[in-house]
Ligand binder design. Sequence first.
Ligand code: SF4
Ligand code: SF4
Length: 380
Amino acid sequence: MNSATLDKLQQISEQNLLDIEEAKKTGTRVIGFYCLYSPVELAEAAAAITLPLCGTRNDPISAAEEVLPRNLCPLIKSSYGFAATDTCPFFRLSDIIVADTTCDGKKKMFELLSQYKPVHVMQLPQNQDSETALPFWLTEVKRLKTVIEKETGNRITDEKLTAAIRLMNRERRAFKALMDLAKKRPSPISGMEMLTVKHKTGFFADRKARIDVLEVIVAEILQDAPETGSPTGENRPRILLTGVPVGLGSEKVVRLIEESGGDVVCFENCGGYKKVQPVEENQYPLLAIAKRYLSIPCSVMSPNDGRTALLDELIREFSVDGVVDLTWHACHTYNIESHTIGAFVHDQLGLPFLHLETDYSTSDTEQLRVRLEAFFELML
Ligand code: SF4
Ligand code: SF4
C-alpha cells in the first residue's frame, strides 16, 4: 500500500472526529453499536451517525477488572474499560448504545454499561430457525425502530429504510471489493494493512463519504498492484483467519502470522466476510433486515452451520493454504466451536489448521510465535 493512501487515512481519521462533533452541534444524534447483529440501517434511515464501539485495546482492561471478573473475554473487558475510563472519544460522542444479548459475558456487561449511557439491548435468538426465531427477531427489530425514532425524533418510513438498505449494500460491496483485493496472487495488501484501512475508515459522520473513500483506496491499490506485489513475496502460505473479532490494538496474532512467514489474505471473522452479505432489496424492508442480520454465522448461534459453509466458500475463493482459528480467553462459544471447525478444515478439506487461544496482552507473544513458526514449517 503506498504512502499517499496511508497519509490520506491518517488525515481522514483526524477529520472524522471533528465532523462528528460538528454534526452533533446541529442536532444529529449518534448511535454506538457493539455487535454485527444490530441492524445499522434503522439508524441510517433516521439520519443518525453510527459508530462501531467494540473494544480492541489492552490499555483500559485493568480498570475494567476493578468491576468485571479477570477471567472474562478481553473484548468485553476492553469495551467496558473504555467506558469506565472515559478514554474512547467515540463512546463519549454516542448518545445511545445499541447492544445485543449475544454471549453471557457481553449481555451482563451491558447491564453495567448502562450506568454510563442509555443502552438498548436487543434480545437475540440463539438459533436461526425461520419459523420460531425469525418472527421473534422481527419483533426486536421493530422495537429498535421505535427506540431510534424516539431518540432521533425522525420517523423511519419504508422509503427511508429502502434507501438505507441500498446505501448499506453499496458500502458492503465497497468493503468486499477491498477484501477481495487479497484474492490476487500475490496479494497487494497485507493483513496488517487491511486492518489499518478497516479501522481508519470505520468512523465517518457521512456514510457516503466513507464509501467514496473505500472505493478510491481500492482503485489506488489496484493501480499500484503490479509494483507493490505482496509485502513479502509470492511463496508465503496464504492464511485465512477465522474466530473472534480482531482490530487495531488486538492485532497481535495477525502481526505474528505475518512476521512468522504467512500472509493473512482473508478475514472470515465479524470484522471481515461475516459482514458483507447484502440485505435483500425487493422485500418488505424490516423483514429483509431481520432475515439478513439473523443469518450471520457467529458462534453464539446453535447450531451454526453457516460458518463452515462460509469457510468452505472463502477457502476456495482465496486459494487458502492454511487456517488459523483465534479464540479470546474465556470465549466459550468460539472455543468449543473450534473443534467442529478444525474437523471441517483439517479432516474434510485436508488443510493445515491451528487453533490459538490468547488475550490482548503481550505476555504470550513469544509462545505464539513459536507455535506459528512450527505451523508454517510443517506447511513447507
Ligand atoms: S463475534 Fe459474534 S457476538 Fe461477537 S461481535 Fe461478532 S457477531 Fe457479535
Ligand atoms: S469474543 Fe466471544 S466471549 Fe468475547 S464478546 Fe465475542 S462471543 Fe462474547
